[in-house]
Design a protein around this ligand. Structure first.
Ligand SMILES: NC(=O)C1=CN([C@@H]2O[C@H](COP(=O)(O)OP(=O)(O)OC[C@H]3O[C@@H](n4cnc5c(N)ncnc54)[C@H](OP(=O)(O)O)[C@@H]3O)[C@@H](O)[C@H]2O)C=CC1
Ligand SMILES: [Cu+2]
Length: 460
């Protein structure tokens, strides 16, 4: 989609005062989008192009010159050209001498070339100060102004002044620069946009695996087994009944897995006697995807809520209730009200409601826009303390559900012992370790360990 910038909001006299001239090589999608955004923020832009004619696509007010002429007009040149066309830059070495060259390029594959594009540019134009930036921002986001998800701009480069200049531009555009260090880091920065949901992979695969396993378990137990041994066809259970068993089980296990690496890490720290050693790689990775695990868990919990809300309007449920009432009428007897059952049923639902409410609160506070507006301590409080309360409530909800079924074996003959027990194992492990082992003893020994460590290191 080529956007015609001259049709968009015109840059009027009230635009911020012109700051400095920045040169952009390449009048492609990205070059034009960045140029337009920079002009809105008060920069004056000269494009360097193979074809030095202003076309209707070029943002109004920008000059288009040849590469050499454009480069002479500014100390900063943004190279919005694909890496495979960089060769011609070697001929411009003289005019690019001492200038800041910003490499914005991305590759099509991870580790496509032996060296990063930015390092390649630095080799081609040895006299220039190469800075890597902007590659994680898309042309589309720049045009549409919807930069919420990609406000961060990773910047790296060997010349710290050049890096500062680029970071100032990033800030002026309303983005957040993140200094990643030297140009060696360019490779990681270039690989970053190519990683498809790196943090989501593990949670999604895990949840799909768990769902499939529990689904087949329920399928065999509730449908196939009963069909074979009782001759009854309950195949319609696959629509709501079985998903509504799978969802809460998966949600609870995933929620517990959000907090399991934390307690494992704490045990590891206790065992090693220091807070300052690296965790094993798998634990690191697990810790890093906790937020995604939690969000997938929330999605399953949400489904469970929806499936539960439709229970009263299900044909099968109404049919059973009617049958129950009619059988009471036929036998001319009324079941007495059972207070215990009343309590169990209400407390089970109440625990579920509160657990889900806190779960949603956890999900909302993990959104970047919310977590940016609270300080680190508040964020920790919500994510850790509130997280454990949520886990306790959801585990209790599941326990009481089991109790309810246990007390009414005649009504619910075929509840799920194995899957149900499995869903409780992980949360119980986490809660038991947290509160019996880690919680009471962690604070003191670790502080002492740390003080001892500091004393040792300052003494040596
Ligand atoms: N599109 C996006 O969302 C993003 C793009 N990027 C990076 O920005 C760079 C440009 O991307 P994009 O604008 O989408 O690509 P385009 O293909 O739209 O534009 C590339 C531009 O490079 C110039 N060019 C092409 N071939 C040559 C050549 N042989 N010699 C000299 N100049 C040439 C052309 O400009 P002219 O005709 O004026 O010479 C062309 O318009 C890429 O490196 C890309 O990885 C980074 C982040 C996001
Ligand atoms: Cu439930």
């Amino acid at each position: 989609m080529k956007n015609n910038f001259s049709n968009m909001v015109p840059l009027t006299e009230d635009s911020p005062k012109k700051q400095e001239t920045v040169c952009i090589f390449g009048t492609g999608d990205f070059g034009r989008s960045l140029g337009y955004k920079m002009m809105q923020c008060g920069y004056s832009i000269v494009f360097g192009s193979r074809n030095a004619q202003t076309s209707s696509l070029i943002p109004k007010g920008a000059e288009v010159l040849s590469h050499t002429e454009a480069a002479q007009k500014s100390g900063i040149i943004i190279v919005a050209i694909q890496r495979q066309h960089y060769n011609f830059l070697a001929e411009l070495t003289e005019v690019l001498q001492g200038k800041i060259l910003v490499d914005v390029s991305n590759n099509l594959k991870i580790n496509q070339y032996p060296e990063s594009n930015a390092e390649y540019l630095a080799l081609l134009v040895p006299g220039a100060k190469v800075v890597k930036a902007f590659n994680t921002v898309s042309a589309w986001a720049l045009q549409s102004g919807t930069l919420d998800a990609s406000r961060q701009v990773f910047v790296c480069g060997d010349d710290s002044n050049a890096k500062q200049v680029v970071m100032d531009i990033v800030r002026t555009l309303g983005l957040t620069p993140l200094d990643q260090g030297s140009l060696l880091l360019a490779k990681d920065i270039e690989n970053y946009p190519l990683q498809l949901f790196p943090m989501w992979k593990f949670p999604i695969y895990l949840s799909l695996g768990l769902s499939a396993a529990f689904f087949f378990y329920c399928l065999i137990r509730d449908i196939i087994y009963r069909y074979v041994y009782e001759g009854k066809d309950f195949s319609f259970f696959v629509a709501i009944s079985i998903p509504n068993r799978v969802c809460p089980i998966v949600a609870l296990i995933l929620l517990a897995l959000v907090y399991l690496p934390g307690v494992i890490a704490a045990i590891l720290q206790l065992y090693r006697g220091t807070k300052y050693s690296r965790f094993p790689d798998w634990l690191d990775k697990w810790m890093l995807c906790r937020k995604q695990l939690g969000l997938v868990a929330l999605a399953f919990a949400f489904l469970h809520v929806l499936y539960t809300l439709v229970i009263p309007i299900r044909y099968y449920v109404r049919w059973r209730l009617n049958g129950y009432v009619i059988s009471q009428i036929n036998s001319n007897k009324t079941d007495p009200f059972n207070n215990v059952n009343g309590w169990i049923s209400d407390s089970y639902v109440a625990l579920g409601i509160l657990g889900f409410f806190l779960f949603v609160l956890l999900g909302i506070t993990s959104l970047p826009s919310v977590s940016n507006s609270v300080n680190w301590r508040e964020f920790r409080f919500v994510q850790s303390k509130l997280g454990y309360v949520t886990l306790i409530l959801c585990t209790a909800h599941t326990l009481v559900y089991g109790g309810k079924r246990f007390l009414n074996p005649s009504m619910y003959r075929w509840y799920l012992p194995a899957a149900y027990m499995l869903s409780l194992i992980v949360p119980c492990i986490v809660l038991v370790i947290k509160f019996v082992l880690v919680f009471p003893c962690l604070d003191r020994p670790l502080t002492q360990i740390r003080q001892g460590w500091e004393r040792n290191s300052s003494g040596s």
